[in-house]
Design a protein around this ligand. Structure first.
Ligand code: RFL
Ligand code: PHB
Length: 391
């Protein structure tokens, strides 16, 4: 098999890229190791910045999102009996949209299939060759058979545990990494959510109340790094969440059936440059931000907008100038966004090792944000997201 751009991974990065390339008249094939059902049911992000919403709209794929999404106008931060209420439209003139990542993924896959976009499930990429040459190859295993896809370019959109970043020769890429000593236990519950996205820094640890619909809450608790989600009975989860949210009477947060639970370790990770030879890396394959900023999916979309722009330009003009700028262009946004997510992580979590001095500094900072509109505006501006700059 042969194509112009071989895309590894049918997560948000790979799927958006295939659609954007198609719009630019560039052909691609997506290879995904998992089944369609698995990819469509993986619960993850929920907060879409304006740039991500715009991208779905420009592709003509926003009909269901417009019907089913929720607008998030407010962000609350609770600490020591106080609440900071960030009025997003008042502070920034913008809001964010709540629409589950797996819903975005379902919409993108359905459209790929109806448009005849080549998308192979259960096709596990095992290695890449010829990245330095003109015709790089993707080796993959499908139905017990070894197969090869020959491409002009390869897009590594295969997430943090994928194979494409590992295909870059040693010494050609630098890794910057910080792993936190804790994780988030996330659940989905059939219960009416709080009206605003609510983060809390309590003496029992961080918690977050988000939502997926008027009937489904998405809730998170800071837990130990190696926590087993099964160790959390429903009763234990609700009891802990009420306490961390300062909901002493247990009436504010509505309990319901917990039907999904997962644990994710918090880390920051950036690999630079985001390119080697004819391999271009995008999304979680090349950077991870702690989820406190709600940015991973949005960064993945910004990367592939730039990559599709640069590849489209190459096929139209034979000029490589935009491809040459891809990594530098994306990394500016990546470092700023990782910086924001890191600051929010450090402001809102309880660090087991931090001691009373750093804990009081956290609360002093929260008090300052509580009293300062300028400080609130700075957080709100970063939460709604940077405008997208075309490559
Ligand atoms: P993905 O989604 O991991 O997709 C990679 C795909 O590659 C496939 N793959 C392979 N395919 C073929 N051959 C191989 N050898 C392969 N190896 C892997 C995988 O099966 C998979 O389908 O990466 P992508 O596309 O870069 O998308 C990134 C986002 O998924 C991620 O950044 C976000 O979910 C992060 N995130 C959030 N982002 C936001 O923008 N807003 C949020 O509110 C938000 N909340 C979150 C989050 C991530 C979380 N977790 C679970 C870490 C909340 C949480 C709890
Ligand atoms: C979510 O709704 O899953 C969510 C919201 C805010 C975050 C992270 C995740 O910071």
């Amino acid at each position: 098999m042969r194509t112009q751009v071989g895309i590894i991974g049918a997560g948000p990065a790979g799927l958006f890229l295939a659609h954007l390339l198609r719009q630019a008249g560039v052909e691609s094939v997506i290879l995904e190791s998992r089944s369609r059902a698995y990819v469509e049911s993986r619960v993850r992000a929920g907060v879409l910045e304006a740039g991500t919403v715009e991208t779905l709209s420009a592709l003509g794929l926003d009909a269901r999102m417009k019907r089913e999404c929720m607008i998030d106008d407010g962000l609350d931060i609770r600490f020591r009996g106080k609440t900071i209420n960030l009025d997003l439209p008042g502070l920034t003139g913008q809001h964010v949209v709540i629409y589950g990542q797996q819903e975005v993924v379902k919409d993108l896959i359905a459209s790929c299939i109806s448009l005849g976009q080549p998308l192979e499930f259960e096709a596990k990429v095992t290695g890449l060759t010829g990245l330095d040459g003109e015709r790089p190859e993707i080796h993959y295993l499908q139905g017990g058979e070894d197969k090869v896809l020959t491409c002009d370019f390869i897009a590594g959109c295969d997430g943090y545990h994928g194979v494409s970043r590992a295909a870059v020769p040693e010494g050609k890429i630098t890794h910057y990494e910080k792993t936190y000593d804790f994780a988030w236990l996330g659940v989905l519950s059939r219960s009416r959510p709080l009206p605003d996205m609510t983060y809390t820094n309590s003496d029992r640890g961080f918690a977050l109340c988000s939502r997926r619909s008027t009937q489904v809450s998405r809730l998170y608790l800071q837990v130990g790094a190696d926590e087993n989600p099964e160790a959390w009975s429903d009763a234990r989860f609700w009891d802990e969440l009420h306490q961390r949210m300062f909901d002493a009477d247990k009436v504010e947060i509505v309990e319901g059936e917990i039907f999904q639970r997962d644990v994710a370790r918090l880390r920051s990770f950036i690999a630079a440059p985001m390119q080697y030879g004819r391999l271009y890396l995008a999304g979680d394959a090349v950077h991870i931000t702690p989820p406190t900023g709600a940015k991973g999916l949005n960064l993945a979309v910004a990367d592939v907008r730039s990559l599709a722009g640069a590849l489209g330009h190459f096929y139209r003009t034979s000029q490589r100038d935009k491809l040459a700028r891809y990594s530098e262009h994306c990394l500016k946004r990546v470092w700023r966004t990782v910086g924001y997510s890191t600051r929010m992580t450090e402001l809102l979590h309880k660090f087991p090792e931090q001691g009373a001095y750093r804990r009081e500094l956290q609360f002093a900072e929260l008090d300052f944000i509580h009293s300062s509109r300028a400080a609130q505006a700075a957080i709100a501006e970063q939460y709604v997201g940077m405008p997208y700059e075309p490559i």
